[in-house]
Write a protein that binds this ligand. Structure first.
Ligand code: SAH
Length: 492
């Protein structure tokens, strides 16, 4: 048996730049051999049973030589049907993908190439620089500035100085000064607009813009880190208009998000606005052993209310565990606290009969009591906590059905770097996070930075620590992100 080696481009930086074909192969792979990618997120997509081998460089220290990597590919192809060789950007752009392909061909090992989004193009785009532009650059040239001997052997600076093509140099951060000097020596105008972009397309992206003559000094001053791209050419000017990435409201901000559940929506929404999210899993939601028993206590009730989309999930997990399905709700009226909970219900084939327009439990209980007829009974699906007094109804009996519990995670790590802003989505996330801070008060930890709370209860919890957050007008993630963005805007 001999497997196939797939030379896959991971895309530059942002894990979402991986192609669909790349993602499919990562899911199916038996072994992934990877370089330094700039992001750990890609590796999280690989199923746990898959063998993962790091062969990248840790700084200038090579873990394996190219020959050793070639042999490793060969050996793994003899052990597994699907071997993925994952490389940053595109495998054929300074990725030595060609060398690996030739070696595999020579050894009669089947291989395929899955192109990736190269940093030479996408990295520029992330700084608002189109690599070509009508009337500014008819073409582009991509060079490696890395040379084993530390020289510029074979690089025709005279021709580079004489063209309007956009010049892109990879692996050149340590040589900005020499590159600029060479270009100017051969006649490139010292005013030519230039940029250096480090960690392109990542939340840690940093870019520096300067005319050719001042580029090296500016790069030094700003202390950019590798990996970085050097761009020389008139197209760089367009960044003023096109730098969408760095102009997002939360770009460059570390946002603390103490999380209780597993819902990834808020994190994604914050990232979408440019934030580097410091998610701290302060507790986890776990199913209650007696969930099904609790649900059964309400058997025959006319109504069931779902107060969160976690509640929906744990309810149906308990249902499935007891070899039942959505039909257990046949004939029961179903109420949801809001749209996202209603959507969660739809995933189980249940269309809510009633969706509250307000977003707090108080409003939900109030609106629902108007909807129900006197004497009808209500089951409230909830966490393992005393039901809020707002559920006491005058003309209806209410039965709590706890299906999950919120269990603290004492091992949660406080981020190494202090945040620039914070969001809190429930009171328990406030208390749990405060408990993790060993030598510091929450007030001190969050002092001077924008803090947004999803609703009044969360804000009350923060106030207990003398923190006075902005409170969302409606308790949902969209408003929470908007509120936080507004705080940063006001701060400017
Ligand atoms: N195959 C890769 C390039 C590999 S060479 C590609 O197609 O992008 C490694 C060099 O790529 C780095 O030294 C740097 O110049 C560039 N690079 C890769 N990812 C980058 C990123 N996210 N930001 C800036 N430069 C990056």
């Amino acid at each position: 048996m001999i497997g196939t080696v797939y030379l896959v481009g991971a895309g530059a930086g942002d894990a979402k730049l991986l192609t669909l074909r790349g993602a499919e192969l990562l899911q199916q792979a038996d072994c992934v051999i990877y370089d330094r990618l700039g992001t750990e997120q890609l590796l999280e997509q690989i199923p746990p049973h898959c063998e993962k081998i790091y062969v990248g460089k840790a700084d200038s220290h090579h873990t394996l030589s190219q020959q050793e990597i070639n042999c490793l590919l060969e050996q793994k192809a003899k052990e597994h049907p699907i071997v993925v060789r994952l490389k940053g950007g595109d495998p054929f752009v300074f990725g030595r993908g060609g060398e690996e392909g030739c070696y595999l061909k020579e050894k009669n090992i089947p291989f395929q190439v899955v192109s990736g989004v190269t940093s030479a193009i996408a990295g520029l785009a992330a700084a608002g620089i189109p690599i070509t532009h009508r009337e500014l650059a008819r073409g582009f040239r991509v060079y490696t500035a890395h040379d084993k001997d530390g020289g510029f052997g074979g690089m025709d600076f005279a021709s580079m100085a004489n063209t309007n093509d956009t010049l892109v140099f990879l692996m050149g951060l340590g040589r900005v000064e020499q590159i600029a000097a060479q270009l100017m020596k051969y006649g490139k105008s010292s005013d030519t607009p230039c940029a250096v972009i480090s960690n392109a397309s990542l939340p840690t992206q940093k870019s520096v813009f300067a005319p050719l003559q001042q580029l090296a000094a500016k790069v030094k001053q700003e202390q950019l880190h590798s990996p970085a791209l050097i761009v020389v050419g008139e197209v760089v000017q367009l960044s003023e208009q096109l730098n969408w990435f760095e102009q997002r409201p939360l770009f460059g901000k570390k946002i603390l998000f103490p999380q209780t559940g597993t819902d990834s929506r808020l994190e994604k929404m914050l990232q979408e606005q440019g934030a580097e999210v410091q998610r701290v899993q302060v507790s986890s939601l776990q199913p209650l052993e007696q969930a099904w028993e609790n649900i059964c206590k309400g058997a025959g009730a006319e109504w069931v209310a779902f107060t969160s989309h976690n509640g929906v999930q744990f309810f149906f997990d308990a249902v499935a565990k007891n070899r039942q399905d959505s039909r257990c709700l046949a004939g029961t009226m179903v109420a949801a606290i809001g749209e996202s909970t209603a959507q969660a219900l739809q995933q189980y084939g249940i269309r809510a009969d009633f969706v509250a327009t307000g977003s707090t439990s108080e409003q939900f209980a109030e609106e629902l009591s108007q909807e129900m007829m006197a004497g009808e009974r209500l089951v409230v699906v909830c966490p393992n906590q005393p039901l809020s007094p707002c559920w006491a109804m005058e003309n209806n009996s209410v039965i709590a059905a706890p299906v999950y519990e919120n269990v603290p995670n004492p091992d949660a790590q406080i981020p190494d770097q202090s945040p620039n802003g914070a969001v809190f989505t429930c009171a328990s996330s406030v208390h749990r996070f405060a408990a993790l801070l060993k030598n510091q008060t929450l007030k001190k930890y969050l002092s001077g930075i924008p803090v947004a709370a999803i609703g009044a209860k969360t804000a009350e919890a923060l106030q207990q620590y003398e923190i006075f957050p902005a409170i969302c007008s409606e308790s949902n993630y969209t408003q929470l992100v908007k509120t936080l963005c507004q705080l940063f805007k006001d701060k400017r």
